[in-house]
Ligand binder design. Structure first.
Ligand code: HEC
Length: 248
């Protein structure tokens, strides 16, 4: 009995892994030190995502500071809720209960999504919504099959259809399921595919920063610590020489 339990426990991680792989993830070109990219990403977020998703651990003014924006710039460009104050967290008005009714699943808070799901996953997820008439919103997603989220970026990306692997090409046959091999655009959006990829890189970069704002702070502090060590060496080394010069 114990062996059985242990065996099952050992299998557990591989089971969860198996359910998550499937569509191969694209590498997200993340660089949280790139402020211009973070600013563009923040703009996409407040315009296209904040209708449904909050960032309950991020304050507007904190974001402004990290992104190199004044409170006034934040208020003008990134805040649409006129009642909110810059010191408040980025909450939304949609009650989770209603959201669950409308979408079948409540849109999760995205404060730590980059840490829990990974930047590569987000980058792939946001770019792989495809037309599927069987789904309630008419779209499905390669990274998140049977997703409850509509394709909110269709104006930018346009609409795409999946291109499937030829039968027998995939390893193991995929249990009779067709495997997506890529996409073809059937209706163009306002952005070309490379422009859309760049926009999603900015958005993912922003979400990555949000999920770990301390990273920027650590890098900043790190620079000061190094500067201090160099300075300390410059002061103490001559001092040490001075003290010890008569001892030898
Ligand atoms: C119209 C409402 C709506 C908007 C706008 C919206 N989403 Fe969602 N989103 C949802 C819902 C609903 C879910 C839950 C889907 C599910 O669990 O099936 C979701 C889920 C997600 C998830 C979680 C995926 C996972 O693996 O758990 C991410 C990430 C996400 N959305 C990112 C975004 C981003 C980024 C934007 C802006 C470009 C955005 N969403 C805009 C409704 C929305």
């Amino acid at each position: 009995m114990n062996t059985l339990i242990i065996t099952l426990l050992c299998l557990l991680p591989s089971l969860t892994l198996a359910s998550e792989v499937g569509y191969p993830l694209d590498k997200a070109p993340v660089d949280v030190a790139d402020q211009a990219s973070l600013q563009r990403g923040a703009k996409y977020f407040v315009n296209y995502c904040m209708g449904c998703h909050s960032l309950q651990y991020e304050r507007y003014n904190r974001m402004g500071r990290d992104l190199g924006l004044s409170d006034e710039q934040v208020r003008k460009n990134l805040m649409f809720n006129s009642d909110a104050k810059v010191g408040e967290t980025m909450k939304i008005g949609m009650p989770p209960k209603d959201a669950k009714k409308w979408f079948g699943a409540a849109p999760p808070d995205l404060s730590v999504i980059a840490r829990s799901r990974g930047s590569d996953y987000l980058y792939t997820y946001l770019r792989t919504f495809y037309l599927d008439p069987k789904r309630p919103w008419g779209v499905n997603n390669a990274a998140f099959p049977a997703v409850g989220m509509p394709h909110v970026l269709w104006e930018l990306q346009g609409w795409q259809e999946p291109v499937y692997k030829a039968a027998g090409e995939g390893e193991g046959g995929g249990g009779g399921k067709e495997e997506i091999n890529g996409f073809k655009v059937v209706k163009a959006g306002s952005m070309t595919p490379p422009e859309f990829d760049a926009a999603m890189a900015d958005l993912v970069n922003f979400l990555t920063y949000v999920s770990e704002p301390m990273k920027l702070e650590r890098q900043r502090i790190g620079v000061w610590v190094l500067a201090f060590l160099v300075l300390a060496f410059a002061v103490f080394y001559p001092l040490k020489k001075e003290y010890w010069k008569d001892v030898h």
